[in-house]
Write a protein of this length. Sequence first.
Length: 200
Amino acid sequence: MENKESNKFTFGLGIFFVVMYGISIFFNGFAIKTSLFFAFGIYLVWQNGFVRDTSTWKYKPMEIILICSAATICMLVFLFMLRIQNSKSTESSKINMVRELVYKAKEKLPMDLGNGDSLIDVIAVNENTLKYEYKIQYSIDSIRLQELEAEYKKSLNDRFKSFDNNTINQWRKSKISFSHEFKDRDGKFAFNIIIKSGEY
């Protein structure tokens, strides 16, 4: 039986599918659509590069595959380095944003508790959470925690209204949460108010 002549265009199309969908699988993992096109590309390369006759080709299929593989590896290394750089840039932007957040929040967000109550510290727990520590001049045994917590939470929600929309939207986009921890005059934990991005 005579061996059919291979088709350069179909072989090239197979290489294209293997490269493009191979890169997609590399970065995004396996999916039904990409996996099918990747397998189809391998089939086209195998049929038109190794099963059928390629004797008339100036460059043999293996040479073309090696060149394409080398070019693909170089492109993947470049994309990987670019991804790392973008990741570092994004992380740096987050760090700067949190620093700005801490600066603004220290100035404006803490409540004026009054009656000798005070803000002990403001801590950036991570890139998504800012923690405030308050000391109130009451003993846990002498206060109604639920009533005081409700009062302070209302005051905190009102305090958010003093910020401009651009700042608030930036915090929401980055899913910033605010944790307000209250301790009594003896340093005992009283209650914690957490306000998440969907609540301000």
